[in-house]
Design a protein around this ligand. Sequence first.
Ligand SMILES: Nc1ncnc2c1ncn2[C@@H]1O[C@H](COP(=O)(O)OP(=O)(O)OP(=O)(O)O)[C@@H](O)[C@H]1O
Length: 227
Amino acid sequence: MTVELIDLRYTWPGSSQPVLDIKSFTVNAGERVLLRGPSGCGKSTLLAALSGVIDVPGGCVRIAGQDLGALAGSQRDAFRADHIGLIFQVFNLIPWLSARDNVLLPCRFSSVRRRRLSDAATTTATALLDALGLQDQADSKAGTLSIGQQQRVAAARAMIGAPELVLADEPTSALDPEAKDRFMELLSAEAARTGASLLVVSHDPGLERHFDRTVHMTDINAAVVAR
Ligand SMILES: Nc1ncnc2c1ncn2[C@@H]1O[C@H](COP(=O)(O)OP(=O)(O)OP(=O)(O)O)[C@@H](O)[C@H]1O
């Protein structure tokens, strides 16, 4: 199992109401799960808990067999770099670096991801960009690419070095309907190739066909119902 969450409770500092109260949530190895729910129901907070960005003393979050609660802050950061690929609504690309150099960044920070490459890192980055339809943009500065192209660079960066889990928060919100479908097809195909589990947050019901399963936050998060 790639994600195993038991009795997760979380309240943002300064808030009187819990935002997450989830008995159990799992994602199997290689599974693609779409996470849906109304604005403010805690989807992004759940991704922050799964990636170890926030500390969740109440409950157990296990990613690829590792209990995140057993790791100190810096160990959690290292674990995230080694085992989790992240794709955000804003892509956090470094605009003055080429698309290829942006894709290579996780390998700079993680020797685990570097070791998992079967080819030279630059060869793998170029192949990932090719697979995502960016064969002509590998040397272009990220800041000069279109939104759709930048989103695909962000996906290649999340996938390089085969992390067990790829988390994406509204990855298609800036794309038009056709580009959305194409992006999800490419992301899905890459996840299948590397064996990554995929957990994607989106408001868009049109994306469901790209996933093995849809989870509605209102079904798993008792904190939403209690509010
Ligand atoms: N950094 C933060 N500090 C304090 N409260 C926060 C923080 N981030 C989110 N919250 C609160 O937690 C609740 C859930 O927010 P979250 O962003 O997880 O919801 P969401 O389902 O992802 O919403 P959306 O679909 O609008 O992005 C909201 O009430 C929000 O105000």
